[in-house]
Structure formats: structure tokens, C-alpha cells
Ligand binder design. Sequence first.
Ligand code: SF4
Length: 113
Amino acid sequence: MPELKCTVQTCVHNNQFLCSLDSIKVGGENARNPQETCCDSFQERKEGGGYMNSMQNSMHSSMHAASDCACVDCKATQCMYNENCECHAGKISVEGGSASDSSGTECATFKCS
Ligand code: SF4
């Protein structure tokens, strides 16, 4: 289970550069470089969505404390860290500062094998 750091502040699961999910999905079946990968678990954070939304967001973050490790189910099988669609890197970094959908994100740790 890799240590997961994520810079995607526009994602609802992001909590101070950590991910509140226990497992994430990374896409990029034919990826040959980091730009061709993406975090399929990305969900856009809707700001200003009214009281109920912000209540739900804060409940969500307090109920799911973000940890720095997550299981990574990864489709980027060309990556040297990929073994049977599981990531075996010690640490990964998901990036995409201003992403509004999953295609704006990437696994920056991808290395072509
Ligand atoms: S390091 Fe490689 S195997 Fe791990 S999530 Fe990133 S692309 Fe997938």
C-alpha cells in the first residue's frame, strides 16, 4: 500500500494534501508517461453549494480522516510499479492543482517499465 500525497485541491476527497479514501483507482491503460494517467476517483469539490452541501462536506471530512496510505488499483500496466493492476511503489504523488475532472489529474510517479 503506497504512501499517497495528492495536490489536487479541487477534489472533494482531498484534505490538506492527503486523500480521505482508503483506496483509489488510477486510470491509463495505455499510458507511457504520467500525463496519460489519471486519478479515476477524482470528484470535483463544489464550492458555495449552500448550507447542506457544506455540512455534508465537513461531516464527510470528519468521518473519514485522511490517512497518508491508500490501496491503489491502477490500470497503468506499463508502469514499473504496477503488479497485476496494484501499485507497489513506496510512495506516489497524484497531481493536478486545478483539475475540474479526472483527466486533469495524473500519477506523477508513473515510470515506464
Ligand atoms: S506509480 Fe505506477 S503503478 Fe503506482 S499508481 Fe502511479 S502509475 Fe500506477
